[in-house]
Design a protein around this ligand. Structure first.
Ligand SMILES: C[S@@+](CC[C@H](N)C(=O)[O-])C[C@H]1O[C@@H](n2cnc3c(N)ncnc32)[C@H](O)[C@@H]1O
Length: 253
């Protein structure tokens, strides 16, 4: 029987605590790879924004920012972070396969393998079409994905992430014939003197470069460039060469 995928509730609550360390590498990659794009735009959308870290960083550059995520918990946390920053960013709860912004923007970002999270292969085209609709002609779509090498090498590893009062143990598997990866996340959360155990289930779709380029071209993107992520994640043993790829595509003018 298919298992219900409803991630990013517990993961949302503890996301910054457990994964915050990766965001400085994401910011480094963004600053480098989008250096020519930033001076030419006045508004951006961070798609699958998570807790709003990138949205705040984009707003700090003087951009009007829209931050989109499907998880109510993530949206709540993003709103809180944006409010605390005092910067102009609006959070919209929506699905990346069918989101609408109040206006078109010059840049859509979708970071930290969020694009691998859609439920089915056919969803990639829906995302690229929705992104194209959100962009001005000539606007840019920037994102990163986990590659098949990462799913084969690191997804089946047992991960142990621990902070005071919270432990996350993750173990996954990769089904090469289906091109899908699965992971069980076991949580141990301290409640007074006891530890409560909870469970979340996560799926990711593995995209080939050919599928990504096809979906981008069909949606009207051109000038598709890509970079390996490893040079930006120098101290992270889980991002070796070939594990994660950044893409930058331009919508036809
Ligand atoms: C790995 S997190 C990345 C968060 C953020 N981009 C970052 O860099 O930290 C993946 C995010 O994708 C969101 N997400 C998953 N499926 C989605 C969908 N169909 N539409 C919009 N957001 C989605 C999750 O709620 C989560 O916030």
């Amino acid at each position: 029987m298919p298992r219900l995928v409803r991630p990013y509730k517990l993961l949302a609550e503890h996301y910054d605590e457990l994964f915050g360390f990766t965001r400085s590498w994401g910011a480094l990659a963004r600053a480098n790879l989008l250096a020519d794009v930033f001076p030419r735009i006045d508004a951006a959308c961070d798609l699958a924004c998570g807790t709003g870290t990138a949205a705040v960083e984009l707003a700090r550059r003087g951009l009007k920012v829209y931050a989109v995520d499907l998880s109510p918990a993530m949206c709540r946390l993003a709103r809180r972070k944006i409010r605390a920053s005092g910067l102009p960013a609006q959070v919209i709860r929506a699905d990346m396969r069918d989101f609408h912004l109040p206006r078109q923007v010059g840049l859509v970002t979708c970071e930290f393998d969020a694009l691998n999270h859609v439920p089915q292969r056919k969803d990639l085209g829906s995302v690229t079409r929705a992104v194209a609709r959100a962009l001005h002609p000539g606007g840019h779509f920037y994102f990163d994905v986990n590659t098949e090498l990462a799913f084969e090498r690191i997804w089946p590893v047992t991960w142990w992430l621990e902070k005071p009062g919270v432990v996350l143990v993750m173990r996954g598997e990769y089904d090469r014939s289906a091109g899908k990866a699965f992971a069980d996340a076991e949580w141990f959360i301290r409640e007074g003197r006891l530890w409560r155990r909870r469970h979340e289930y996560i799926e990711q779709v593995c995209w080939t470069d050919q599928e990504i380029r096809g979906a981008l071209r069909d949606a009207g993107f051109c000038s598709i460039r890509k970079w390996d992520a490893a040079p930006f994640f120098k101290d992270d043993p889980f991002v070796r060469p070939g594990y994660r790829t950044f893409y930058l595509a331009r919508k036809q003018a």
